[in-house]
Design a protein around this ligand. Structure first.
Ligand code: G6P
Length: 605
């Protein structure tokens, strides 16, 4: 959430920073800004997209050091003044910030009492004034002094006209990565903004600061004691951060699902013993057997796929399992049990609610593993072990390929937990065979895109829709509704099919379509019964089902997906819902990768 870039070196900073910001825009896109240090400090910032900022840069906006920011508003509306960078009254100090300063109101009041005119509504602006007021000898000391007054989370980058040879950065809860170039240094909140320039990087940890000059970087703690930090090579293909021939990242990422699924399964299917092979869990059979309960924590789509994961664990391992929104967990003073396995699930590995839940569990002595996509991210590092998802970079706000790989990660985990208990080798082998078939079956669903696009065109007209499913199908419905609402902005509500008659049936009418998840399973007949009840009230129906399911006389449009093993079917039932949401959003002319009001990584509480 909020993207930060910085550059110092031999080239003009502004074009490089704009390019970096464009790559970070999915982190926040309501306004953007730059500060460059040439003959003096100059700032340009604007509500709107990075391209608007680029089109409107003042003449001679030159300097070989600079910082930039793309914002997701927390304090104060998205306007030119609240955009970052923020500067002090004299215009000597510029600060960009990702995170939230919790004691901003108190600090703002203190500054106002001292006669400082605050220009913006933001929490960040106080930092610029605090740095400017410090009289310490070095910029590092001034920034450290300002940070000592701050409570909250931050990734920051600071420029100061009196110290033109450096950028000082600091991290506490919001990621910062330093990129080492040839006589130039970069910094960014996300690897994606760096990889075009360098793949030699160093990660900062919480509580750490760094100074970047054109020739190198130094790292230290906030008490300014030095710490050694080596930059290392990361193995990434810079083109994986481009949309290539696709008109949106979401479309690219949906289509990548078969290959992403193959990657998460590669080397992890033990066909001989019919189990999963997850080296990163770091648990032997005895420890695995001792687990009495599984608790899954995630936010948004990661929470919904966590519910699918809980079903897998209960069905395959017969261990009680449930998923909870990580954003709620910490606030109810949860009981942490020593024989519970906690699982944090996150694409970015930096969602603050999930990270704080992990920290709470570990503080109370619980064991947490991570299902995380971004290697080396905060959640991955905080966990006791885990399963990397290998989905490749995911840029669109709406999660698709990462979500699919989360499901597969849960299937592997459930298999491994099951096979040290009562899941038979025959069932283990049946599921391994099912998992091996999945990438091809996902491709089959994707191949049906044209028909789904037609259907989506009709659904896009509806102001309000229901997504319904039961048991394994309910989290599918929740994820389907989430996708639909986040990118089409239509009201989409998920419900257990069984609960419809206890309230929401009152809303069913010819104007309110229902998308029903009806797999071939032990509940098919009951589901078909509910379809009749919806049809009898004139509700238009779309049924996501299997070809061999007999829907009788129910008037509906059906979407048949390939059958796998019934435990693994939920992911195949989910894929068409991604395509429906995508095409509805496209028909409605929305910016698919950057839905309004949202951001990809939510790094504020
Ligand atoms: C945000 C995104 C969602 C995502 C959620 C969790 O809300 O808009 O698409 O599912 O964060 O993100 P994570 O990176 O933890 O999976």
């Amino acid at each position: 959430m909020c993207g930060i870039v910085g550059y110092i070196g031999t080239q003009q900073a502004a074009p490089l920073l704009l390019e970096g910001l464009a790559r970070l825009e999915h982190r926040g896109y309501d306004s953007a800004g730059l500060a460059v240090l040439g003959s003096g400090l100059r700032v340009a910032k604007k509500a709107g997209r990075v391209r608007d900022l680029g089109a409107d840069l003042p003449k001679r906006f030159t300097g070989k050091a600079g910082i930039g920011h793309t914002r997701w508003a927390t304090h104060g509306p998205a306007n030119d003044v609240n955009a970052h960078p923020h500067v002090d009254a004299k215009g000597d100090v510029a600060v960009v910030h990702n995170g939230i300063i919790d004691n901003a109101a108190t600090l703002r009041q203190q500054l106002t009492d001292d006669g400082v005119d605050l220009a913006s509504d933001t929490d960040t602006e106080v930092l610029a004034h605090l740095v400017a007021r410090s009289t310490a000898d070095t910029l590092e000391e001034r920034v450290a002094e300002a940070l000592a007054a701050i409570e909250g989370t931050y990734g920051i980058a600071v420029l100061h006209a009196d110290f033109p040879d450096r950028i000082v950065v600091a991290r506490n809860g919001s990621p910062l990565i330093i990129g080492v170039g040839d006589k130039e240094m970069h910094v960014a909140s996300d690897l994606g903004a760096l990889v075009r320039y360098t793949t030699t990087v160093a990660h900062l940890d919480d509580g750490e600061m760094a100074t970047l000059t054109a020739t190198g970087f130094t790292t230290y703690r906030q008490d300014l004691t030095r710490i050694a930090r080596e930059a290392t090579e990361v193995d990434v293909d810079p083109s994986s951060y481009d949309a290539g021939e696709h008109d949106s990242f979401m479309r690219k990422e949906m289509l990548e699902q078969p290959s992403a699924a193959e990657r998460v399964l590669r080397g992890r299917l033990d066909e001989r013993f019919g189990t999963g092979h997850l080296g990163g869990l770091d648990m032997d059979a005895r420890e695995t057997r001792a687990i009495k309960r599984v608790k899954i924590l995630g936010c948004g789509s990661a929470y919904y796929v966590g519910q699918m994961g809980a079903s897998l664990v209960e069905e395959l391992a017969r261990i009680p399992a449930d998923a909870e929104a990580a954003s709620e967990f910490r606030y109810r003073n949860p009981v942490i049990e020593p024989d519970t396995l906690y699982v944090a699930v996150s694409q970015s590995g930096e969602t603050i609610d999930t990270l704080l839940a992990v920290q709470e569990i570990r503080r109370k002595g619980g064991r947490v593993i991570g299902l995380v996509n971004v290697v080396g991210s905060a959640i991955a590092r905080e966990c006791d072990g885990g399963i990397y998802l290998h989905a490749g970079p995911e840029v669109a706000v709406a999660s698709t390929k990462a979500l699919t790989n989360m499901f597969l990660g849960f299937a592997l985990l459930a298999l491994q937990l099951g096979r040290v208990r009562d899941l038979s080798i025959a069932d283990g082998k049946r599921l391994i065979a099912g998992l091996s078939r999945l990438p091809e079956q996902i491709q089959e669903v994707l191949d049906g895109e044209d028909a789904l696009a037609d259907l989506a065109t009709d659904l896009a007209d509806a102001e309000s829709l229901f997504f319904v499913g039961r048991v394994r199908g309910f989290p599918v419905a929740r994820e389907g509704a989430q996708k639909f609402k986040e990118i089409s902005y239509r009201h989409a509500e998920a419900y257990q099919t069984s609960e419809l008659k206890h309230g929401p049936l009152a809303l069913i009418s010819p104007e309110v379509p229902t998308i029903a998840i009806v797999p071939a399973d032990e509940l098919t007949d009951r589901n078909v019964g509910a379809l009749h009840e919806i049809a009898a009230r004139g509700g238009p129906l779309v049924v996501v089902t299997h070809a061999d399911v007999d829907l009788g006389e129910v008037p509906c449009r059906r979407i048949d997906v390939p059958r796998n093993e019934r435990e693994l079917d939920p992911i195949l039932l989910t894929i068409p819902l991604q395509l429906l949401a995508f095409h509805a959003a496209q028909v409605l002319g929305h910016d698919i990768d950057k839905p309004r009001n949202l951001a990809k990584s939510v790094t504020v509480e």
